[in-house]
Design a protein around this ligand. Sequence first.
Ligand code: ZN
Length: 374
Amino acid sequence: MSSLRIRGGIDAAGAPIEVAIVDGLQLAEADGVPEYDAAGLTVLPGLIDLQVNGAVGHDLTDEPESLWEVAAGLARHGVTAFVPTVITSSPSARERALEALAGGPPEGWAGAVPLGLHFEGPMIARSRKGAHPVQWLIEPSLDLVDGWSPDAGVVVVTIAPELPGALEVIEALAARGVVVSVGHTDATTAQVAAAVAAGARLVTHLGNTMPPMLAREPGLVGHALGGTSLTAGVIADGFHLDPLTLNTAWRSLAPSGRFLAVTDTTAALGMPDGPARLGDHDVVVADGTVRLADGTLAGSAASLSQCLRVIREVTGASLAEAVDCCSGVPARLLGDAARGALAPGCRGDVTLVDDDLHVVATVVGGVLVHDGRR
Ligand code: ZN
């Protein structure tokens, strides 16, 4: 059933709102369809996460076939669409991920819609590889990215533009409509500018795995904050960036719609707090973080709704402003006019939250896929 009338709630600005969805699309009104009583809830456009490494115990690079389980798990956290991220890996992991996406969901599945893959690597800087496996790093080449396009299932590619051959690859990907993101990089300011001229539009997890901004060498961070071209993916989980850094990013980027909230979340999202085994590591999951036994931050276990709360607390943004970074900004970046808004003509993707911004229900394409009140 993909028709639903959501009534009794308020919108992000506090005004009463009714959302009518017929056959998966929002309409001005709908009669004779099931109703969802949203009294006491705030009705938001469906949240969209452009950087998801895994969820509910599954890592998308280790187990690309878990895509649809991850997608179902994300919906329980208020996400209605997302970009599954495959980090630097063997070519077979990327192929398996593309196959899982192209194969479509299993019978009876309901969850967040994968919008295409993000290949984060393997064309990244060895010196800024973070947790990526060094043996699979590779220099950019047109052969490697042959066939990477939105039609084939690739919508975002992270690359280090200082690598030999990178600019040619950026130009080719951008011409195909792939969102090229600069990240895991030691690029100079001039190399960042060259990447932007070649078509790069995004920064992968601003401030992490890149040089800091310096007085006369602003680099990638300075280009994003001080320039006008780059949208920046910001891990707004409350742990990956100091609140002052997060606030600086907010003030620089949000007014021009370039602040993209991402979780960079991992298999630990949706797992209970406590000791866990993730990949090859013994970790401790607590309050949206994943740490090694010695306390080192080993990834995020944050939901996008947690980021929404952090953004509001740290920046003082209005709910409508904060929500736009978790819905409208990612939709516009991908050129997806059917998502990211509560408006007739858009898909029926809705996230319902309580006064503390905890997710209560998730509607994807007019289907109630999660209802915490039941
Ligand atoms: Zn990364």
